[in-house]
Design a protein around this ligand. Structure first.
Ligand code: ADP
Ligand code: MG
Ligand code: MG
Length: 915
């Protein structure tokens, strides 16, 4: 039998059977738009009759060098005959003509990427016939001139402007502003002029044969899959190139038949905030594309309750039904023909991160979805976006007082952005990519071929268009802050300036836009971090995520204020406190240097005794902030030279000091005292010099070489722990020894440290304190010999930054500066291994270490404290190998909590041994 290339809207069951039942595959075959048109037909929503040519047909067409696969055209003709039967009209028949639209639709919606042609089937003869039939000459001429224009632009590839210029100059000559002001005779004249444009641009006449129109339009949709803008969009959205697009042929219904007709687009909830109220726009006496294009000023959808009450009520019922059916907020397109409502499209609506979270949480409350569905629906990127910098109200109020408010527009996509203004997509992209500028792209309105500039920009601003305009939709999808319809702004694209509120801004000057309020400021405003406590829905969602996750999320924090932030973001412990940061504080650094320079044990002890109280109070603050939760403190890790000034710096100072002191020397005052001091330092610095310090005297090696430092640190940790315990704080210190390569190192150092801990407990009279001693696993040898290491270490923490460096043999800084980008571009590495764990290599070592470690010590606690701890893909892997927790920067904690839940939902909560 012939392959089935064409499905009637009522044949969704057959499509489902063909692909094996999954809705995802039905969408793959029929495209998102087509699949949902068929689905709406199945559940009894009014959809005009039509059929879908499959994505398989598109791929076959493109593969065969642009020829329809065998049988496809015959099947289209057979389906067209079915549509004729259903509608009682005939395609190409002058007495009772059927008109159709030809619409594209890929598996994933690609807003404005592909082109739709309306009113196919009109020609001179059928137009005559329709005028007789409807008695509405204006409507028919309006439809016909739209066809010639759209067909010319989309199918024949003529520039839009060629038609727009004709239309604009005609309107100007007539002295009218709106398309609706044109009468039947005007439109008839425009048809003739548009046909002339076709003839002039293409050298042939506008095709009068309706079947020819369908054929060419179908080919054009197929072609558009490989167009540049579709291609660019797919790159950015991560959509595969081999999916192809489907074509839907849909019976035309007319929103331009008079003032009892109309068309609109709506979201069933507010796509910006998520609030449960219908959000959209409509136009009376207009055809579909008018609303999106922003040609006329649209009405708010609620107004329809007054202008078309019957249809409005039906519309509200149907959209409620669609939400119930799809369990999601819908983005719908509809047309009302003489009071009768038709649905032309539905899909899950694109929305901001805030809306995603609110809608998910609300829908759990409404019983539409489960908590698990809510948690899986929100992405880690969305959580991240909600905690991104914003302009706070005080900053904006101050800017307004200073007269920096430039304009106000529609708040289309939230977020704060400051950048330099550019007025076209190419320049915006170039300035962002080549000149690394923060860019705000400013346009009167945007079109699909502007997308590359919009995506390169930090923010988007348009002077025209509404909340569902192209700019708004694209910006929301990619989380780019955006303001549209800031109508007080006048953009002069020739002079490359914009003016508003009495101010002139030239291309390249700075502005700040606040996508949440729609305010535009001149200059660069300061940003601040949003508060999680205030984001109630996000808190709820993350608490659900914690219930579902097996992995805990801890944070890397060195100071009490970071620990408090981490805790407020939901961290259940500190996975890494780097103690050396504390040594760098200006009041402490001289003591640290004195300790390093000490010649005798006594001198060193004396300096360390000065440092001890500082460290004790550092740790006390941390324990206090993390009351009840474990705190892992890493003993000193970096090489000592990092605490000393560089040799060059010292040398220079010595010379300057000598020159300045020369006069005094001549007068017999002798060499300045500080010079001698600096000379001593310089000698020490030179003696500390190592040719590869990262692989030299640091970590546990330094502790063994010079144990006094870590002995002081351990004493400080336990004195603080005891003091806090005695105050009633629940303290769970875990002492982490860095850079272990062999168990012998731990066997040497750890018992000494444990002795100190016990001694302090005794001194302080504290009987019960839960503490652990453990190590970082960051040298491949440690991972490989983890079974031995676990005989001493009570916990492992993977330092995946160093482990990645040492496993690959790359120095991170050098790699990222020099060859890593090329490696990723060339596909030698799939991703930057410093951002996402290299599962095949580094991951294998980790998995081995966990298994061998737990074989020795079943209660071994395992975590990760490298930057990977905040990366969702790496978190998933940590879940799989049985980590107890991941530790990441405080700001990533919410993201990691969600990712941990996703991992558990995907793989189950149990431990998976075989990966
Ligand atoms: P896009 O993917 O750009 O939204 P669509 O295929 O949805 O393109 O069509 C563009 C506009 O034309 C929409 O507003 C849609 O509602 C309208 N439209 C498409 N087909 C028909 C039809 N058969 N009758 C009336 N309006 C239609
Ligand atoms: Mg559409
Ligand atoms: Mg390290």
């Amino acid at each position: 039998m012939n392959k089935k290339w064409v499905y009637f809207f009522s044949e969704v069951n057959q499509a489902e059977a063909y692909v094996g039942g999954s809705w995802d595959s039905v969408r793959g075959l029929l495209g998102g738009k087509g699949a949902n048109l068929a689905e709406m037909t199945r559940i009894g929503v009014p959809v005009p009759p039509g059929f879908i040519v499959t994505t398989e047909a598109c791929n076959a067409f493109l593969a065969a060098g642009n020829t329809f696969p065998e049988g496809m055209w015959d099947q289209m003709m057979a389906s067209l005959a079915e549509v004729e039967k259903a509608s009682g009209k005939k395609f190409g028949d002058a007495t009772n003509p059927l008109l159709v639209s030809c619409r594209s639709g890929a598996k994933f919606s690609m807003p404005g990427m592909m082109d739709t042609v309306l009113n196919i089937g009109l020609n001179d003869a059928t137009a005559e016939g329709m005028i007789k039939l409807t008695g509405n000459e204006r409507f028919v001429n309006d439809s016909y001139r739209r066809l010639v224009m759209m067909f010319g632009a989309v199918v024949l590839g003529i520039r839009d402007e060629a038609f727009e210029e004709v239309l604009d100059s005609y309107k100007a000559a007539k002295g009218v502003k709106l398309d609706t002001d044109l009468n039947a005779a005007d439109l008839k004249e425009l048809i003739a002029r548009f046909k002339d444009v076709v003839k002039k641009e293409k050298g042939f006449d506008f095709p009068q044969n309706p079947l020819e129109q369908i054929r060419l339009a179908t080919e054009a949709v197929f072609h558009s899959w490989n167009g540049k803008r579709a291609f660019d969009y797919r790159r950015k959205a991560g959509i595969r190139d081999d999916l192809g697009t489907a074509v839907s042929i849909v019976t035309m219904v007319f929103g331009n038949m008079g003032w009892d007709s109309g068309t609109g687009v709506a979201f069933t909830r507010d796509p910006s905030t998520g609030e449960k109220k219908m959000y959209g726009e409509y136009l009376l006496n207009a055809q579909g594309e008018d609303v999106v294009a922003g040609i006329r000023n649209t009405e708010k959808i609620v107004e329809m309750a007054k202008s078309l009450p019957e249809a409005y009520k039906q519309f509200m019922d149907i959209t409620a039904k669609l939400e119930l059916h799809y369990h999601n907020m819908q983005d719908v397109e509809f047309t009302i023909e003489r009071g009768r409502l038709w649905m032309l499209q539905t899909r899950d609506g694109k929305r901001t991160a805030a809306a995603e979270v609110k809608i998910a949480v609300d829908m759990v409350g409404e019983g539409l979805i489960t908590k698990e569905q809510a948690v899986s629906r929100v992405t880690p990127e969305q959580v991240d976006a909600l905690l991104h910098p914003q302009f706070d109200t005080a900053t904006m109020a101050e800017a307004e007082k200073k007269g920096l408010l430039f304009a106000k527009g529609v708040n289309a996509s939230p977020g704060a952005a400051s950048g330099q203004v550019y007025f076209d997509a190419d320049t915006a992209e170039r300035m962002a990519k080549e000149h690394k500028q923060a860019v705000i792209m400013v346009r009167p309105f945007t079109k699909p071929d502007d997308v590359h500039g919009m995506l390169a920009a930090k923010g988007i601003l348009t002077s025209e268009g509404g909340a569902t305009s192209h700019a708004a939709v694209v910006a929301r999808q990619f989380g780019v802050p955006c303001i549209v319809g800031a109508s007080s702004i006048v953009i002069d694209l020739d002079k490359r300036i914009m003016t508003a509120n009495g101010a002139i801004l030239h291309e390249g000057e700075w502005i700040s836009i606040d996508g949440a309020t729609g305010k535009v400021f001149t200059g660069e405003l300061k940003t601040s971090i949003p508060d999680l406590e205030e984001q109630k829905e996000l808190l709820t969602l993350l608490n659900w995520a914690d219930e579902m996750a097996r992995l805990q999320v801890w944070a890397n924090a060195d100071y009490p204020k970071d620990a408090r932030r981490a805790r407020s973001f939901g961290a259940k412990g500190i996975g890494l406190c780097r103690t050396e940061h504390m040594f760098f504080e200006p009041v402490r650094l001289p003591t640290v240097q004195r300790m390093i320079l000490a010649k005798t044990h006594e001198d060193r002890e004396a300096a360390l005794n000065e440092l001890l109280p500082y460290q004790r109070s550092d740790f006390a603050g941390l324990f206090n902030a993390m009351d009840g939760y474990p705190v892992i403190i890493r003993l000193i890790d970096p090489p000592l030279h990092e605490f000393m000034p560089s040799a060059e710096e010292l040398q220079e100072k010595i010379i300057t000091s000598r020159i300045q002191g020369f006069a005094g020397y001549v007068l017999g005052k002798g060499e300045p005292a500080d010079v001698a001091d600096m000379e001593k330092k310089l000698k020490a610095v030179e003696s500390l010099h190592e040719s590869n310090p990262m692989m030299g005297l640091r970590g546990v090696r330094l502790s063994i070489y010079m144990p006094e430092i870590v002995e002081m640190q351990v004493r400080a940790i336990f004195e603080a722990a005891c003091d806090e315990t005695l105050k009633g704080v629940v303290v769970k210190p875990e002492v982490m020894i860095p850079l272990t390569g062999t168990v012998k190192e731990l066997e040497w150092i750890q018992p000494r440290l444990v002795r100190i801990a016990k001694q302090v407990l005794e001194e302080k009279g504290v009987k019960e304190l839960h503490y652990k001693f453990g190590t970082m696993i960051e040298i491949p040898r440690a991972a490989v010999t983890a079974g031995e290491i676990a005989s001493v270490a009570e916990f492992f923490s993977f330092g995946t930054n160093d482990l990645t460096q040492m496993t690959f043999g790359y120095s991170r800084d050098d790699a990222e500066r020099n060859f890593l980008i090329k490696y990723v571009e060339e596909g030698i590495l799939e991703k930057n291994p410093f951002q996402t764990l290299d599962i095949g290599g580094v991951g294998k070592l980790m998995q081995m270490a966990v298994n061998d470690g737990r074989a020795t010590r079943p209660s071994l606690e395992v975590g990760i404290c490298g930057e990977h701890g905040g990366d969702p893909a790496s978190i998933e892997f940590c879940h799989l190998i049985g980590n107890n927790y991941v530790s990441c920067s405080p700001f990533r904690v919410p993201v990691a909590r969600l990712a941990a839940a996703h991992a558990a939902l995907k793989h189950g909560k149990g431990l998976t041994q075989d990966l």
